[in-house]
Design a protein around this ligand. Structure first.
Ligand SMILES: *[C@@H]1O[C@H](CO)[C@@H](O)[C@H](O)[C@H]1NC(C)=O
Ligand SMILES: *[C@@H]1O[C@H](CO)[C@@H](O)[C@H](O)[C@H]1NC(C)=O
Ligand SMILES: *[C@@H]1O[C@H](CO)[C@@H](O)[C@H](O)[C@H]1NC(C)=O
Length: 483
């Protein structure tokens, strides 16, 4: 008996090792619940946010801006776990955890939808891919967004787009629940507009629009997520991302518990992100398409965030692949560059070293508005567009990123150059500059959100972006990555 158990144990161990390490001996496991988006029984959710990732006010008849499409397949039919009545839940309607404040209601609704979608797994359960839609309008007279996490009184407009009262509204959302078509194809969608009272069925001229359609052949390949985002005069700044978020704790840009797909949180340097991206339309010169935007949160003293918005700082790094995006960082604008660059062989190059610093590799760096010991010159990040202070390290395609599998030339991965990428996001993010108070132990760089999508930043005409994303995976290397 003991011998048999031992043999069984050996056999199980071997199976586990071969599954984990793969045919060529790579030591990695997937950090996401749905590796490569290959699971037929999809888990996908939707969240919309205002300028500081809150709700402010629900759109009439739409409920709280959280929704989900999660189903199981049984006997060749789709069994939905989330009813349309759940998706329409809004303030005043009860569910386990419901509260009266519109912002907190959305938080609780996300947790509730998560409980309906949750898949048990090791090392922890997971809930869904998250589609995030954001409206960049800010009504400075509304007093709705804090400044670096601090509540501030209303102030005069001018710095942000807003057509007037109500410009921070939540969208109209239509949902086509996933259906089985022709016996072997699954398809569903979310779409809608920010222009309340408009009819997207009558054409999109002059109105904003967003859409994500997901489709998959049963038992084969990846889910294919087709995205569309259109700005309008009233809504010139819109963002649409597909995110792998933390399954608990704060995902990037949030100061409350969220639900997501990252059943293990990736930590720099030992992880990679693979995905297939095919951009059909770029969205104009202001479209900052992110070939991954990674988000996390830590305090300026290196401590992890704890929900105190006055000292928590959201940290983002983004690779912008629109070739129209210029490097604002330059020898003449050192304040738009990080204080230094670190090479793959760990050499530090200061930004005042004009012969060696790779200015063209950085679009823009901005420091947290609550940092106390900033090196001058410096540009601080927009203090209103997150619930707390933020720091941004925005990159551009450049030969110095070759080591990490990122685009090395402007235009790579752009319209007409669809590719499958395997990005050493962990390696690169371990060598980026992020602000910390002098003398404090370096923060652990644990990433709670990995996003792909675009931010069309204040366009002066209606712009349309269209892209297709599939095969998304986050791979954690259990031994150091060998080059
Ligand atoms: C499976 O579906 C078929 C056709 O709809 C039906 O006749 C059958 O009873 C179902 N079986 C089960 C176990 O539900
Ligand atoms: C939006 O989705 C609905 C299904 O929910 C579909 O009927 C409609 O055609 C879509 N609208 C546009 C403009 O694509
Ligand atoms: C360049 O910047 C570094 C770091 O701020 C500083 O120590 C050094 O003195 C500067 N060098 C020159 C030539 O200004």
């Amino acid at each position: 008996m003991e011998h048999q158990l031992h043999v069984l144990f050996m056999w199980v161990t071997l199976v586990v090792i071969s599954v984990v390490s793969g045919a060529r001996g790579k030591q990695h496991i997937s950090a996401v619940g749905d590796p490569g988006m290959e699971r037929d029984e999809l888990r996908v959710a939707f969240e919309a946010g205002n300028f500081c990732n809150e709700v402010g006010e629900e759109a009439p008849g739409m409920g709280s801006p959280r929704a989900a499409d999660c189903f199981d397949l049984s006997n060749f039919s789709v069994r939905h776990r989330v009813a349309e009545a759940d998706n329409k839940l809004g303030v005043g309607k009860p569910f386990p955890g419901a509260v009266n404040n519109v912002d907190l209601y959305a938080v609780q609704k996300e947790l509730y939808l998560g409980s309906l979608c949750q898949v048990e797994d090791t090392p922890s359960p997971w809930q869904f891919w998250m589609i995030m839609l954001k409206n960049g309008n800010y009504d400075t007279k509304s007093g709705l967004c804090p400044e670096n996490g601090k509540k501030v009184p209303p102030f005069n407009p001018g710095r942000f787009p807003c057509f007037g009262k109500g410009c921070m509204n939540q969208p109209i959302l239509y949902h086509q629940q996933t259906q089985l078509l022709g016996g072997d194809t699954l398809r569903g969608s979310f779409n809608g507009t920010y222009d309340l009272g408009s009819d997207i069925g009558g054409g999109l001229d002059g109105i904003s629009f967003f859409e994500v359609v997901w489709e998959k052949k049963v038992g084969a390949g990846s889910w294919v997520f087709s995205h569309k985002l259109k700005t309008s005069k009233k809504y010139p700044w819109l963002m649409l991302y597909l995110r792998a978020d933390a399954t608990k704790g704060f995902s990037g840009g949030y100061h409350y518990d969220t639900r997501g797909m990252l059943k293990t949180l990736p930590e720099s340097p030992n992880f990679k992100v693979s995905l297939t991206l095919d951009i059909k339309q770029g969205g104009g010169p202001k479209s900052q398409f992110y070939l991954t935007d990674i988000g996390s949160c830590w305090k300026n003293n290196g401590d992890p965030c704890d929900g105190d918005v006055l000292t928590d700082v959201t940290r983002y790094s983004e690779m912008i692949i629109n070739p129209d995006t210029p490097a604002w960082c330059s020898p003449k604008s050192l304040g738009s560059c990080p204080p230094y660059h670190i090479t793959p062989d760990d050499k530090k190059i200061f930004r005042n070293d004009t012969t060696h610093f790779p200015y063209q590799a950085y679009h823009y760096y901005c420091a947290p508005g609550n940092a106390k010991h900033l090196e001058q010159p410096v540009s601080t990040c927009d203090p209103y567009s997150n619930p707390q202070a933020q720091e941004l390290v925005q990159l551009l395609p450049h030969p110095i990123w070759a080591e990490y599998g990122y685009p090395t030339k402007q235009g790579q991965g752009w319209v007409g150059d669809g590719r499958t990428w395997k990005l050493d996001v962990g390696g690169l993010s371990s060598r980026l500059y992020f602000y910390q108070d002098p003398g404090t132990p370096p923060a652990r760089r644990i990433w709670t959100s990995i996003d792909v999508g675009t931010e069309i930043f204040v366009s002066d005409k209606d712009e349309i972006a269209e892209w297709i994303l599939s095969d998304f995976d986050v791979l954690i290397y259990t031994s150091p990555i060998h080059k």
